[in-house]
Design a protein around this ligand. Structure first.
Ligand code: CMC
Length: 383
């Protein structure tokens, strides 16, 4: 993919660093966190256990997990300064903009980075991972004109987030589905937001500022912002019976279909498979089935049509189904990408902590394509 100068647009195929946090196996559609497949973690683990696993590189024993859970819970309350930043934002602002500012504000009292003190860096990360969920719930409620709900230390991370968002405890099934969704979004090797986090952290900037940068990268529609766009697309299609014709038109006009395509996967994204399975179970218990049905037809028609072309490597990604799942939990589309951040913050933190063990600033080379010897023209002589 690189040309003779070593240049590869979008860094496609470039190996930028080594990591043992996670690996995307694009040809076979497999994703592993520290060697364990996401399917197995989704079936057997919890988000908290996966966060521990991701940060420390080993599965916790019961004592370690209890201590970790207690630390996550103890850090849920937001500092007043972060609450003030959220309160000061206009309700019209996108929650990702507010979240980026809120996470930067989480670092007002953060000490300068000490690469040698990994334990301290992990505790900083746990604080941000825990507080970020509270911030997302608070931003959403503020926008909806609702009073903030204080975290409940009786509840798990997933349950507590839904409780803070909706003001009522979720039922066991929905809490479990949400927990699995958090596991599935936790990490994805060198995706754009993780890379952004790593680039900023490689300058030895604070964790909060590196994570704030990652939130900016995640917000874009080509990355985490796609989940919100998928639901906008389903709404624009309007009804399942319009979906097939909509896909035909999208392909004919070369429009991008959100929730499809990936830089690394050349087959179905394994996260999309797990999410779809959960979505089908949840939709069977609900009256409203039109969004799912519309997306199902878009999904099937896209795969069918693309399989007849040279673009048969374009498959659905994680963002295709996640929004439909969250909508069935009565979550507004605008909150989908912040929810992605609620999970991915653990991956960003793990990458930074791993990288700081042997840090070197990211500073790639550029392929200069401008002129080499231009004379400066005085103002009076310019046209
Ligand atoms: N719908 C229609 N055509 C597509 C799509 C799509 N979703 N994705 C790629 N293509 C086409 C693209 O137009 C291009 O065609 P051509 O060669 O004729 O110009 C070809 O496939 C290669 O695409 P690309 O843009 O060079 O691929 P990339 O690796 O640079 O970008 C991507 C990957 C994910 C940004 C892109 O597939 C995309 O924009 N998808 C839609 C947004 C989306 O769902 N993003 C979520 C990504 S996964 C989870 C996450 O990160 O949040």
């Amino acid at each position: 993919m690189a040309d003779e100068s070593g240049f590869s647009k979008g860094l496609a195929g470039v190996v930028a660093d080594a990591t043992s946090v996670s690996q995307v196996q694009g040809e076979v559609g497999r994703l592993i966190y520290r060697g364990i497949s996401i399917e197995e973690l989704a079936e057997k683990s919890t988000y908290e256990e996966c966060v521990y696993f991701s940060l420390y590189g080993k599965l916790p024993n019961q004592n370690e997990l209890n201590k970790f859970n207690a630390e996550m819970k103890a850090n849920r309350v937001l500092p007043k300064t972060v609450e003030a930043v959220i309160a000061a934002a206009p309700r019209s602002a996108h929650p990702m903009s507010i979240l980026q500012a809120a996470v930067a504000a989480m670092g007002f009292d953060e000490n300068p980075v000490n690469l040698k003190n990994e334990e301290h860096n992990i505790h900083n990360a746990i604080k941000i991972i825990s507080q970020l969920a509270t911030a997302v719930a608070r931003i959403s409620r503020e926008r909806r004109g609702l009073a903030a709900v204080a975290p409940n230390p009786e509840l798990s991370h997933a349950e507590n987030f839904l409780y803070m968002l909706n003001g009522s405890k979720p039922n066991k099934e929905e809490a479990h589905i949400f927990d699995v969704a958090l596991i599935l979004h936790l990490d994805h090797d060198f995706n754009a937001s993780t890379f952004a986090a790593r680039v900023v952290a490689s300058t030895e900037a604070k964790l909060s500022l590196s994570i704030s940068a990652a939130i900016g990268a995640l917000s874009g529609p080509l990355h985490g912002g796609a989940n919100e766009k998928v639901l906008e697309m389903a709404d624009a299609i309007g009804a399942p019976e319009n979906a097939k014709a909509w896909v035909a038109n999208a392909l004919a006009t070369k429009a991008k279909v959100m929730g499809f395509g990936h830089r690394v996967y050349r087959t179905m994204d394994p996260r999309a498979k797990v999410l779809r399975g959960m979505l089908e179970k949840l939709v069977a218990t609900k009256k409203e089935k039109d969004t799912y049905e519309t997306l199902r037809i878009v999904h099937d028609s896209m795969i069918e049509e693309l399989s007849k072309t040279s673009k048969d490597y374009i498959w659905p990604n994680v963002d295709f189904w996640s929004g439909a799942l969250y909508r069935l939990m009565d979550i507004e589309s605008i909150d989908f990408t912040p929810i992605f951040a609620v999970s991915r913050v653990a991956g960003w933190s793990s990458h930074i902590i791993e990288m700081w063990r042997d840090n070197r600033i990211y500073r790639p080379a550029a392929k200069y394509v401008g002129p080499a010897d231009v004379k400066y023209v005085d103002m009076k002589n310019r046209k």
